[in-house]
Design a protein around this ligand. Structure first.
Ligand SMILES: Cc1cc2nc3c(=O)[nH]c(=O)nc-3n(C[C@H](O)[C@H](O)[C@H](O)COP(=O)(O)OP(=O)(O)OC[C@H]3O[C@@H](n4cnc5c(N)ncnc54)[C@H](O)[C@@H]3O)c2cc1C
Length: 309
């Protein structure tokens, strides 16, 4: 087994990991980014980004490609499409085995593996994701000016996002599987008092239809199993978030939602293990927040390495 030693190994090459890679490599810190997929993370899936400061509009693919190029320019090593076979985060030197054969070691690891919105898992969802179906109101709300949309979900996120989407949409219908919401009373009051918001309770979307983009949904009542079709311009799904932290195997402290707990320096409960981006415990998940986390984790990692010299 070949062994390679680095100053820092970053697991996850989305905006958080790539930003850490840029800062670390530019500071002449020998850095490796490992990613199980394509470098760029969720950004690659994003058709248009219109809220990254300094860039009025850019495709997610182009932004990710530029971030990757920037990290490589400063000397960051990058390996994509790998599988982590084993991970040992405790101890002074962290050990990572990739694809059952390549061993990497470093005194510092940054975990930046992001997450995924929980999907409904019904026909048409994958086909129309980004073509009428969205999982992010902050990212896509603006594309639905004066349109009629559905919000799926009944927790705090769904209700808060439904209210925020009324600033764009002409009508928001909340579709929820139960006969009551699982949100704070003030969030429930807000949706109930908003004249633009309507409700379809005890119901689920069971299919999405359209041509180039989403046009209709099938909605099934959970009690009677009666189905109806509804014409709609967009659907926002807020039924939970899955941080990609399973592979950590409880080595670092996670909260009940499986998000990584970090301190103010973005260090986990294990010395030398930092975390950044969408996989950590936080409220807002955006490219700007991920890059900010990646910056802070990288700068603290450098300080940590220097303190050990
Ligand atoms: C459809 C969509 C549209 C969006 N639009 C916008 C927008 O317009 N503006 C905005 O600011 N934000 C937007 N977001 C949110 C934004 O993309 C995320 O907040 C941001 O990408 C988070 O960055 P991250 O680096 O923390 O994680 P991610 O982007 O999730 O990257 C994590 C990386 O880690 C890798 N990884 C995961 N597990 C492992 C593992 N076990 N081993 C190795 N690698 C692993 C993944 O392959 C991935 O490349 C959007 C998100 C989605 C899904």
């Amino acid at each position: 087994m070949e062994s390679n030693h680095y100053d820092v190994i970053i697991i996850g090459g989305g905006p958080a990991g790539l930003t850490s890679g840029i800062y670390l490599s530019r500071a002449k810190t020998k850095t490796l980014i490992l990613d199980q997929g394509t470098i760029g993370g969720q950004v690659v899936l994003t058709h248009e980004i219109a809220n990254y400061p300094g860039i009025e509009s850019i495709s997610g693919y182009q932004l990710a490609k530029t971030m990757r190029k920037q990290a490589k320019k400063f000397g960051c090593d990058i390996r994509s499409n790998i599988k982590i076979s084993s991970l040992e985060l405790k101890g002074e030197i962290k050990k990572i085995v990739v694809n059952d054969k390549d061993k990497y070691t470093a005194p510092v690891v940054i975990l930046s593996t992001g997450g995924k919105s929980r999907p409904l898992n019904v026909p048409g969802e994958i086909e129309f994701a980004g073509k009428g179906i969205s999982y992010c109101a902050t990212c896509d709300g603006d594309f639905f000016q004066d349109k009629e949309i559905i919000v799926v979900g009944g927790g705090n996120s769904a209700l808060e996002e439904a209210v925020s989407l009324t600033q764009y949409a002409s009508k928001v219908t909340i579709v929820h599987q139960f006969d009551h919401f699982q949100a704070y009373p003030h969030a429930i009051d807000e949706v109930k008092n908003n004249p633009k918001i309507d409700f379809i309770m005890e119901s689920e979307i069971t299919e999405f239809y359209g041509n180039e983009s989403l046009q209709r949904v099938k909605i099934e009542h959970q009690g009677t199993h009666e189905t109806n079709e509804m014409k709609i311009d967009g659907v926002f799904i807020f039924i939970g978030y899955i941080p990609q932290t399973k592979f950590i195997d409880d080595q670092v402290k996670l909260n009940e939602r499986q998000e990584i707990i970090v301190d103010k320096d973005f260090q986990t409960n294990i010395e030398g293990v930092f975390a950044a981006g969408d996989s950590i415990e936080k409220k807002y998940r955006q490219i700007t927040t991920a890059t900010a986390d990646g910056t802070i984790a990288a700068l603290n990692a450098i300080e940590y390495i220097n303190s050990k010299k």
